[in-house]
Design a protein around this ligand. Sequence first.
Ligand code: GLV
Ligand code: GLV
Length: 341
Amino acid sequence: GKYRVVSTKSMPGTRWINLLVQQDCRVEICTEKKTILSVEDIIALIGTKCDGVIGQLTEDWGETLFSALSKAGGKAFSNMAVGYNNVDVEAATKYGVAVGNTPGVLTETTAELAASLSLAASRRIVEADGFMRAGLYDGWLPHLFVGNLLKGQTVGVIGAGRIGSAYARMMIEGFKMNLIYFDLYQATRLEKFVTAYGQFLKASGEEPVTWRRASSMDEVLQQADVISLHPILDKTTYHLINKERLSKMKKEAILINCSRGPVVDEEALVEHLKQNPMFRVGLDVFEDEPYMKPGLADMKNAIVVPHIASASKWTREGMATLAALNVLVCIFYTHITHFVC
Ligand code: GLV
Ligand code: GLV
């Protein structure tokens, strides 16, 4: 191969490899056993000649790595993720490395996990499953694992971009929830959908669903029964959900986070879960991944899964393919120096 492309991890499917090989790239996949590569590990991988790298959200792509990649003749880096809080785009630009991410292919898969966590939390599925396996079920009772009915309740979406809007739509269409959302931008398509769906329900003689764009985040926190977080992580969204904001939510609210861990002050969340046994949370991401803050794992009102929101076969193969295409585009179109999908 004329070009050398490195992937810091083995990725699902073979399409991404074929695409690169067909364009005269030699593909090298890191075989290191440890889960998270250090900056030093990646510098060694880059070596003295490397045209592009496909990396992971667990890696710290800053000044050091982009300088090393640039010295090795590299022009392209793609994160195999939609989020790019682990990538210093400014540093990449400074070293002439174009950067890509993998949006689109994970929208529905991620929204489906947020919906799964919403249902699991509202109907206490994980708790109930543990109860069965522990041999504690000794007969049906009127008050056994009573949870919340979603129909007619309000779903609150903070960050109504691709994923937040897809999630909102699932909860509205699937469970006839009303919507309140907060975003700096107007979610025009989502608003149109809810309006049309409300009219459809009305025409069918059912209670229509309603929607509202909140003028502040606190409005969402105060009014919603299920709140799902879908912002990007940056300086402005770090600890967006803190002690004070948690205290504004309904005592029996459900909070879902499939975005990035640091969006929530996890220590404050553990304390809130302790003080409010009817408050429930579904978490896919954590502040210090792969660790959880002390006490979180003991909370019955918390459901925790290991950052698997994009983990469907179709999506992961799509992410790998898109990452490979990002790298190819930047190798062949060398005038692209600053590029995030
Ligand atoms: C996963 O967290 C992603 O950003 O794709
Ligand atoms: C519950 O199983 C019922 O039949 O109401």
